[in-house]
Design a protein. Structure first.
Length: 498
């Protein structure tokens, strides 16, 4: 035997029979939850298990199953969910249901219910039951002590046998159980005498119809001619409909061809986009490889200042490459629908502080001030991970296009049932031509940062897609040479369970 403590009691596994026997609080345990790795077996064979409400100890050989076979009774019978008067002499039910061996029902008593009970007082909550209506069902139905009743509806007239079995808390079954023979009487129109009368009536009617048919054949020729005329008109109408459907099908084919061309254009745009991504991944790796080779030579010469500078440049390229890959992975998952939209309530200021840890090194490298103008108590309902990605990309872009010793400011305000969030910088700004190329996968935008940093525009694509998932929108306000402000708004009434 193998004894196992779980979060739902103690289980005994019989390796020979490959069966489990579960013990719970109702069997005398201190509780159903036990602490992991909290057990001991003494030299005398006593086993200890520690739980959250104390501990249990026992000798396995002294734990015996309950061998009592519980008697089972049918203790109630209802028709149309109403109690029945039993034990009425000369009545429909002269004996009580628990003593009856057979009952008769009319065809109108089509909805009836049985209640049953097995007598076992040792942890009765674990008693099990099985019932079957022979003549109607082919398999046993199983239930527990909390549902000791069954209802049958619209059984056909005939003879049936209702059987019930019960088990005790250790699944010792009373296989004999209890049975009750049920006879449902047919309606008057389904009796033998009615069928005989009906048969003679049908014979008479058939004879009458035959004679009438002979007379009707004389008129059938005229009816057929009229029918041919009607069918000809219907065929002409259907022919017109087919011509119309042919025209509609032709128009549909034209529309499908236009959509096919649009799809091919989109695929071409994606191919162009991924070629840009591959090119932008190649340059950082070439930088890392080149500086690492130079660093190897400086290590040999012991020039620690150059070693430190090359290490910084390698780290900068690696971080840039990682952020590009991170954006690419999120964008790919979004396109395949693998990013779930899970809005929750959270503090916007706390989220910015969390993201500030990852962006602080980038800002310090250019001595850019990150100014937080968010209110301390601003709580919104949105997908936290998506908003974090939007923050990361907009702020890193702002740092990239801000001059050394510049400033990036993050602010938010409530406006028209939306929260409007802005990321502003005092950097280089952009032209109207560059603004028109933002948020588009089919256009290449190769503007470099103030210290020759490169970008792909993938981060802004992610921002646009995540904002639109919230039902919001994103836009940019810019002044060339003075800076840019990226703004997006999110609805305040997003349902957290959406």
């Amino acid at each position: 035997m193998l004894w196992i403590s779980t979060t739902n009691g103690i289980s005994r596994f019989n390796r020979r029979t490959q069966k489990f026997r579960n013990y719970s609080k109702g069997d005398g345990l201190q509780g159903d939850e036990f602490i992991r790795q909290s057990f001991m077996k003494t030299r005398k064979g006593e086993i200890y298990f520690g739980g959250y409400n104390g501990f249990n100890s026992f000798y396995p050989e002294r734990l015996n199953d309950n061998e009592f076979i519980p008697p089972v009774y049918i203790n109630d019978f209802q028709i149309f969910n109403k109690p029945i008067d039993f034990g009425v002499p000369e009545g429909q039910f002269p004996t009580y249901i628990s003593e009856a061996k057979e009952i008769h029902l009319t065809w109108q008593q089509s909805v009836f219910s049985f209640s049953f009970n097995g007598i076992n007082y040792t942890y009765p909550e674990k008693n099990q039951y099985a019932y079957i209506m022979e003549g109607f069902e082919t398999e046993w139905n199983y239930t527990n002590t909390y549902r000791r009743y069954v209802t049958y509806t619209n059984l056909n007239p005939g003879e049936y046998t209702f059987r019930v079995r019960a088990s005790n808390n250790d699944e010792k079954w009373n296989d004999e159980g209890v049975s009750l023979r049920i006879i449902i009487l047919p309606p008057w129109w389904n009796t033998l005498w009615f069928k005989l009368i009906l048969m003679f009536t049908v014979i008479f009617i058939v004879g009458f119809i035959f004679l009438s048919r002979v007379r009707q054949l004389k008129n059938q020729k005229l009816l057929l001619e009229q029918l041919v005329t009607v069918k000809t008109a219907e065929l002409q109408e259907k022919n017109s409909m087919l011509i119309k459907q042919k025209e509609e099908l032709y128009n549909s084919n034209i529309l499908l061809e236009e959509r096919r061309q649009n799809i091919e254009e989109l695929n071409a745009s994606k191919d162009k986009f991924f070629s840009i991504i591959a090119h932008d991944l190649k340059n950082p790796f070439q930088t890392i490889i080149g500086f690492s080779e130079m660093q190897k030579e400086e290590i040999k010469s012991g020039n620690f200042a150059s070693i430190e500078e090359y290490a910084r440049l390698i780290n900068t390229s690696a971080v840039s490459t990682f952020r590009l890959l991170e954006n690419l992975l999120e964008w790919a998952n979004s396109q395949r629908g693998k990013i779930l939209f899970k809005p929750i309530q959270f503090n916007l200021d706390e989220l910015f502080i969390e993201e500030l840890v990852a962006l602080n090194d980038m800002a310090l490298s250019k001595n850019v001030e990150l100014k937080n103008s968010l209110a301390d108590n601003l709580v919104i309902t949105a997908d936290k991970n998506m908003v974090k990605t939007i923050f990361r990309n907009l702020i890193s872009n702002a740092i990239k296009f801000t001059h050394r010793n510049g400033k990036v400011e993050i602010a938010a305000k409530i406006k028209d049932n939306h929260v409007e969030i802005s990321v502003s910088d005092n950097g280089i700004g952009m032209t109207k031509e560059s603004m028109l190329k933002l948020f588009r996968i089919d256009v290449t935008l190769t503007t470099r940062g103030t210290e020759n940093e490169k970008g792909t525009g993938l981060g802004l694509l992610l921002c646009k897609e995540f904002v639109e998932k919230h039902g919001g929108k994103i836009w940019v306000e810019t002044d060339p040479g003075k800076g840019s402000t990226f703004k997006f708004n999110l609805p305040l009434n997003i349902n957290p369970s959406a």
